[in-house]
Write a protein of this length. Structure first.
Length: 368
């Protein structure tokens, strides 16, 4: 496929592998912060091509996985109202909430009107065609998908759609990186930043992190050659004692990002604290609708919302440790046994960007 095959070509990968082996003098730990990169690493065995001194750590790079269980519970409770049509992306239907709440797919199976969308803009038509229903879009994602949600909210207001609302759970990547780096036991030496997030947001937020924590951050794509080149540039900085933001994904990312998308996000959203599954509450890591768009916030509608769960999550599933990069998926005692994509106990086994799903699909017998 044009523009993709060249980045999957073994002839392009082997020189990078050799260059990496030549440049290292000591062990290094690099975290990729994107679930798409995690899947590519495991699918193509890129971690196994590296010298043993290089350890790749999988970060909380899956927005579906880090959506708080309480937010999933809220979505399930909303879907169970007969006058509601709840819409979201397909991955969200299988993510478990609290242990006693099930998931959205279970709600759909018992009669709730839950619909899978590929674009949030589709909810505009659904709301127009169903004026007697409250149409709710469960909006999740990093900065990559937030502009599309913002555009939908903005158009809903322009069209005066009173039967459309949003359960917003968008999260921002840089604050999560700061939490990881601030942990007293942090052993991350460098980062591969997500190319699609930086396509929207640019490089500026990452420069402050690299300077504060003295870690190199290399903006990286998603194909094998992209990822190995990102690792190579990160290692070059580490070996030289440098800590800068470097753009390896220049074919997509511009230093300033997509300023039109940023402006739209700033018009519709404000930055708020957000609870991340596995990481807890992170200051300034979430997006919420501004007061001017409060009419479209489902939390302002007259629906009763569930109380936060009062129980301790199962100790069997270690998805919280996986999301923090503290344990690999195969360290979990229920991985591939009681926890599979068909019967997930944790969110990283559900999503197409979850680390557990990547190991289950591409490396089910992996051991560490």
């Amino acid at each position: 496929m044009k523009y993709i095959d060249e980045y999957r070509n073994p002839e392009a990968v082997q020189p990078l592998r050799q260059a990496i082996a030549r440049c290292i003098t000591r062990p290094w730990r690099i975290m990729e912060i994107c679930g798409g990169q995690t899947h590519a690493i495991i699918k193509y065995g890129l971690d196994r091509l590296l010298p043993p001194e290089i350890q790749l750590i999988h970060g909380p790079g899956c927005p579906v996985c880090v959506t708080a269980a309480e937010t999933i519970d809220t979505a399930i409770a909303l879907a169970q109202h007969s006058e509601v049509i709840l819409c979201s992306y397909g991955d969200m239907l299988r993510v478990p909430g609290s242990l006693d709440q099930g998931d959205l797919l279970s709600a759909k199976a018992t009669g709730s009107d839950v619909r899978v969308l590929y674009s949030p803009l589709d909810v505009l038509k659904i709301a127009q065609e169903n004026p007697q229903k409250e149409v709710i879009f469960f909006a999740v994602g990093f900065e990559t998908t937030a502009p599309a949600t913002a555009a939908t909210v903005y158009q809903a207001k322009q069209q005066s759609l009173s039967n459309l609302s949003f359960l917003v759970s968008h999260v921002r990547v840089p604050p999560a990186m700061e939490v990881i780096l601030s942990a007293p036991d942090c052993q991350i030496h460098g980062f591969l930043a997500a190319g699609h997030v930086c396509t929207v947001m640019g490089m500026g937020e990452y420069e402050a992190i690299a300077d504060r924590f003295q870690v190199p951050i290399v903006i990286t794509g998603f194909e094998p050659a992209d990822i190995l080149r990102g690792i190579y540039h990160c290692l070059q900085q580490l070996e030289a004692g440098s800590a800068q933001v470097e753009n390896q994904y220049a074919r997509s990312v511009r230093p300033q990002g997509n300023t039109a998308a940023q402006q739209l996000m700033q018009t519709v959203f404000e930055i708020v604290p957000q609870t991340w599954r596995g990481l807890g509450q992170i200051p300034a890591s979430g997006l919420a609708l501004r007061p001017e768009f409060a009419l479209y916030d489902v939390r302002n509608k007259a629906f009763p919302l569930p109380a936060p769960p009062d129980h301790t999550p199962s100790l069997e599933c270690i998805s919280g440790l996986v999301l923090q990069g503290l344990q690999p998926p195969t360290a979990c005692p229920v991985f591939g046994g009681r926890c599979t994509p068909d019967h997930p106990l944790g969110a990283p086994m559900v999503s197409s960007e979850g680390a557990c799903a990547a190991y289950y699909r591409y490396r089910p017998s992996a051991t560490f």
